[in-house]
Design a protein around this ligand. Structure first.
Ligand code: GRF
Length: 214
């Protein structure tokens, strides 16, 4: 079956192949790895790619026997070449879906063109509020009473892509960035696992700003 533009269907009836991009500790990755052994889940992490050789998430992947790769910007002449190298490395794993889970770099136009409507990002704030690298800190400094996490399709902007799902988290008076981020991350992991599974078992359709998973 041929997918309509903006619509993505699994290439086969076997598990959806997921590549996870990481820079950090990898708790989101670990949550996906906890889920993916269950055949009924429908998705399987087949590769983990980082921009940092020291990322703890790589150890999480290795412990689970998942192949890893490091594509570090300093090994490339410029951003466009790094972006191309990243896309080529991700493509080796033949992904149906790519999940940026704590990957702290902007994906370039070349990367996104190679995997249209197939790249998701998890962000620790209720977008469109507080995009960027410090979503938790910025929300706290602004004084919001509710923040949360967002799973979205990646587009060319910074955390601007169409929203797949969100969860709200109340801010406590005594929260600091670490305590609030920890609570958000609990919700973020559950959200990511739930929606990667739903997408794997169904169809992700992006129509302008609107995402439907059915
Ligand atoms: C997550 O909160 C993600 O949204 C943010 O960084 C954190 C990564 O956590 N960009 P981990 O590496 O998955 O533990």
């Amino acid at each position: 079956m041929t997918a309509a533009p903006g619509q993505h269907r699994p290439a086969t009836t076997t598990a959806h192949r997921v590549v996870v991009l990481v820079s950090g500790t990898g708790s989101n990755l670990a949550a996906l790895l906890d889920a993916h052994d269950d055949v009924a889940y429908g998705a399987r992490v087949v590769g983990v790619v980082s921009d940092r050789a020291a990322a703890g998430a790589l150890d999480v992947a290795r412990s689970a026997g998942i192949p890893t790769a490091v594509v570090a910007p300093r090994d490339f002449d410029d951003r466009a070449n790094w972006d191309r190298g990243l896309a080529e490395t991700a493509a080796i794993f033949r992904p149906d879906l790519i999940v940026s889970a704590g990957f702290m770099r902007i994906l370039g136009a070349g990367f996104l063109a190679r995997f249209p409507a197939r790249v998701l990002n998890t962000h620790p704030a209720l977008l469109p509020a507080f995009p960027g690298a410090h979503g938790v800190r910025d929300a706290l400094e602004y004084g919001v009473k509710v923040t949360g996490c967002t799973l979205h399709v990646v587009d060319a902007g910074v955390d601007t892509g169409p929203i797949v799902a969100q969860v709200a988290i109340a801010v406590d008076d005594h929260d600091d960035e670490a305590s609030l981020h920890e609570r958000i991350k609990v919700a973020e992991r559950a959200l990511l696992v739930e929606w990667v599974g739903r997408i794997a078992r169904g169809t992700l359709t992006v129509d302008g700003r609107h995402v439907v998973v059915a």
